[in-house]
Write a protein that binds this ligand. Sequence first.
Ligand SMILES: NC(=O)c1ccc[n+]([C@@H]2O[C@H](COP(=O)([O-])OP(=O)(O)OC[C@H]3O[C@@H](n4cnc5c(N)ncnc54)[C@H](OP(=O)(O)O)[C@@H]3O)[C@@H](O)[C@H]2O)c1
Length: 222
Amino acid sequence: MKKVLIIGGNTGIGAALSLQLKEQGVETILLSRTQGGLDVTQEEPLFPEIIGPVDALVYCPGSINLKPFRALKLSDFAHDMEVNYYGAIKTIKHYLPNLKEAENASIVLFSTVAVQKGMPFHSSIAGAKGAVEGLTRSLAAEFAPTIRVNCIAPSLTDTPLAEKLLRNEKQREGAENRHPLKSIGEAADIAHMANFLVGEKSRWMSGQIIGVDGGMSSLSTG
Ligand SMILES: NC(=O)c1ccc[n+]([C@@H]2O[C@H](COP(=O)([O-])OP(=O)(O)OC[C@H]3O[C@@H](n4cnc5c(N)ncnc54)[C@H](OP(=O)(O)O)[C@@H]3O)[C@@H](O)[C@H]2O)c1
């Protein structure tokens, strides 16, 4: 049976993935600040030891701090790097021995559509996620053929993280209309891709940044 470690599996995309995997009979280990007291932004996070192989690691912690560049403090940039980039590095470093013990292990990271497509007020998060994309390709090359590394780049998805951007019907409609597919993402839409990437069916994929974004990154419909 597969064992999948999800950092940030109690809400949003991680929770949707955890549900899907459990329905498939896959063993999941969920860690976050409220599940196991793991805060990846700490200098030395308290990673629980796991004995034996871990088949997949999915790193979900992220941030959305959208402000004009002049209003963003250096500490905002640093915080986004901590949560999105350094947190992923610390986690991968810690569980690498477990991943190496598995056959065809997989790491799944998260970027954002705002790396591929320039968007105002996204300089901090786009910078941090750009680093995640670089890390994805670099580690995919370094860890091949033992561990596959891929990254999903969602557009706006209805999760607790995006709550502030979806406070009322007007905001939601505006967001839906900005997408070529005229809707925003559901956590399950993104989780389906993560589910594919952790499993055997994606065994020949590594180093990819995959847009799951309602057409936002590559289509213009009007
Ligand atoms: N939702 C969107 O619109 C959207 C768009 C583009 C990209 N993304 C990316 O997709 C990924 C998943 O996002 P989501 O919307 O599912 O987010 P979410 O609902 O906020 O879930 C994030 C998860 O990470 C955990 N977490 C957050 N900070 C942590 C920390 N310091 N240490 C340990 N765990 C932490 C949270 O649990 P605790 O609170 O218990 O720690 C939670 O389980 C993120 O990387 C995000 O940047 C999302």
